[in-house]
Design a protein around this ligand. Structure first.
Ligand code: PDD
Length: 287
């Protein structure tokens, strides 16, 4: 997985090696910025409007106005992925509050945002590889209280993910006040008694674009879905656990804290919804 050589920075397309930002950029000094990760299948941007809406709500939450119109973003991102339409890409978008004259905690009244986008190829695992399932551990959520903002301040997330990795697990499922909220880089679903359950949107979790699509597809499949809190106990007693994200899609968790989830295999609900997710992608590709 390597970054493609042309990137977008502050209105220009330029080679990655020539893209430079100031060391006084508030993104660098304070993690004062937000981001998006948008898949593109055969050059078709996946759920672009939803990603742009979330970008603008993250910006609004950190007191920044939109930096470009949706049409401008569409043009920029389309141009970025266009040369790579033979492959699947993951587009990274980052907007920070730009560089001030010096390092100052106070928000500047006047500033020039730094607007950046790049893409890299994603090698999505085949359904048969994904169907092997992943292992996860539970950890206390050490992050801040505004997890609905897609902030570039990801130190909490990456340290939690590393703790999972240290224990040979792919993801950490996070617990807050006795409830499971999301993964360190993914949203959470469980299946119990033929019902698909996911925690409601709140400041405890990122409103995932994949999460919304999974719910839409599951409802179309006739699956009974509910958005409600999931207690730690319910998580351990789940028949199926899934973790979702734009780049990893729907990962079935087959082992939690070294205990088998359900019968230790990806479940039948996961199979149904992941097939319909793949079909959704294929339809987009063919457009
Ligand atoms: N992260 N929750 C967290 C904390 C995440 O970081 C992500 C995705 C998700 C899933 O959101 P979506 O379905 O919109 O990708 C949930 C991205 C992929 C990342 O940081 O690279």
């Amino acid at each position: 997985m390597s970054f493609n050589s042309t990137v977008f920075l502050n209105g220009d397309f330029l080679p990655l090696t020539e893209a430079k930002v100031s060391v006084l950029d508030r993104g660098f000094l304070f993690a004062d910025g937000v981001y998006e990760v948008i898949p593109a299948y055969a050059g078709k941007l996946f759920r672009l409007q939803q990603h742009l809406d979330r970008l603008n709500s993250s910006l609004s939450a950190i007191r920044m106005p939109p930096v470009m119109s949706d049409q401008q973003w569409t043009d920029v991102l389309t141009e970025l992925v266009e040369p790579h339409s033979q492959s699947d890409q993951s587009v990274y978008v980052q907007v920070t509050r730009g560089a001030g004259a010096n390092r100052d905690h106070q928000l500047p009244s006047d500033y020039q945002a730094t607007t950046f986008a790049m893409c890299q190829s994603i090698v999505t695992d085949s359904l048969s590889t994904i169907a092997k399932g992943i292992s996860a551990i539970t950890l206390d959520d050490i992050r801040w209280d505004w997890c609905h903002i897609k902030s570039v301040a990801l130190l909490g997330n990456i340290l939690l993910k590393q703790q999972a990795s240290d224990q040979n697990c792919t993801e950490a499922i996070l617990l807050r006040d006795g409830f499971a909220t999301e993964g360190s880089a993914s949203n959470l679903f469980i299946v119990k008694n033929k019902q698909l359950i996911t925690p409601p949107k709140s400041h405890n979790l990122l409103p995932g674009i994949t999460r919304d699509l999974v719910l839409e597809l599951a409802i179309k499949e006739g699956i009974d879905c509910i958005e409600r809190e999931i207690s730690e106990q319910e998580l351990f007693n789940a028949d199926e656990i899934w973790l979702t994200s734009s780049t990893k899609e729907i990962m079935p968790v087959i082992e939690l804290n070294r205990q088998a989830v359900g019968n230790g295999q990806p479940g039948s609900f996961w199979q149904r919804v992941s097939i319909s997710y793949s079909q959704f992608k294929e339809t987009l590709r063919a457009q």
